[in-house]
Design a binder for this molecule. Structure first.
Ligand SMILES: Nc1nc2c(c(=O)[nH]1)N[C@H]1C(S)=C(S)[C@@H](COP(=O)(O)O)O[C@H]1N2
Ligand SMILES: [Mo]
Length: 273
């Protein structure tokens, strides 16, 4: 008869298990150390590419690609895809929108600058159809109201700077504006008013000439509704909502700050973002 295998006590079983696990842990630890060491030596001794080991060069290059793609012109307001623009665009502020206007027979008045006006300043009258003849510029940006809400919305119209070039606006001598080469010839401000003059804003000329500033006749690809400023409004993404005057009646130019509805009531004149 064979002797029975000795029966292990619970304590013996437990310490055997601990021993086994300790050995496995150490084995994994040494394997990882060895792997790390191998990786290190293989990277260090790998062929070089312009002075540094190839794997380092690869990481460097993928980083630089990432940052090249992420670069954005800091003078432009961030834009978004149309697909995420709000379908129902929020309406806020109805000052100057009350009187019914015949939008089919609507003219924006562009008043040319004339200092101290010995002769009356000349005025250009534009219809929405005139504006539609210019290249359309669209902007999808986060519209921010000073009251604390914001919304990504999509607007279309004509760049104010395109109008200014065509009609020679915004300069002291009524020649074509060239803010980069002849900043001294630029007037300092543009003023805008609703047809009833109840809402009015003043805009510094650099913001007015900004490439994302548009004389806007569309929202979500359709003509502006009345409460959004039909037939034309200002969209000026570098400013808070208070400056985006709805229902433009008159646009004029000045060396001094034009009156501004919310600045008159204690808000910052520039309301920049
Ligand atoms: N004519 C006119 N334009 C206006 C206002 C206004 O009361 N009257 N409110 C301003 C303010 S405070 C904001 S936030 C925006 C709102 O534009 P929305 O109604 O298209 O959202 O319009 C601005 N333009
Ligand atoms: Mo606002």
């Amino acid at each position: 008869m064979k002797p029975n295998k000795p029966v292990l006590t619970e304590e013996q079983l437990f310490s055997r298990q601990v021993r086994r696990r300790t050995i496995i842990s150490f084995a994994i630890f040494f394997l990882l150390c060895f792997g790390g060491y191998k990786l290190y030596t293989s990277v260090i001794s790998s062929p070089k590419d312009r002075g540094i080991p190839k794997p380092f060069r690869a990481v460097l290059e993928s980083n630089s690609k990432l940052f090249a793609r992420g670069y954005e012109d800091p003078s432009l307001t961030k834009e978004f895809p149309k697909s995420i623009a709000a379908r129902k665009v929020r309406v806020n502020g109805m000052i100057g929108l009350r009187d019914a206007l015949d939008t089919s027979n609507y003219f924006i008045k562009l008043v040319r600058y004339s200092d101290a006006a010995p002769k009356p300043a000349d005025t250009i009258y534009l219809t929405v159809n005139d504006l539609r003849k210019f290249p359309k510029t669209e902007v999808v940006f986060n519209f921010k109201c000073i009251e604390g809400w914001s919304q990504i919305s999509w607007w279309g119209g004509v760049r104010f700077s395109d109008l200014a070039k065509k009609y020679k606006l915004g300069t002291k001598d009524n020649t074509e504006p060239d803010p980069i080469h002849h900043p001294e010839n630029m007037l300092s401000y543009t003023g805008l008013q609703t047809p009833d003059k109840k809402y009015y804003v003043g805009i510094d000329m650099p913001s007015m000439m900004h490439p994302q500033t548009i004389i806007c006749y569309e929202v979500n690809g359709r003509p502006l509704p009345v409460d959004q400023g039909a037939p034309v409004r200002l969209i000026i993404p570098v400013k808070y909502g208070i400056k985006h005057l709805k229902k433009i009646g008159t646009i004029f130019f000045s060396t001094t700050q034009p009156p501004d509805y919310w600045a008159d009531r204690g808000y910052d004149y520039f309301a920049g973002l």
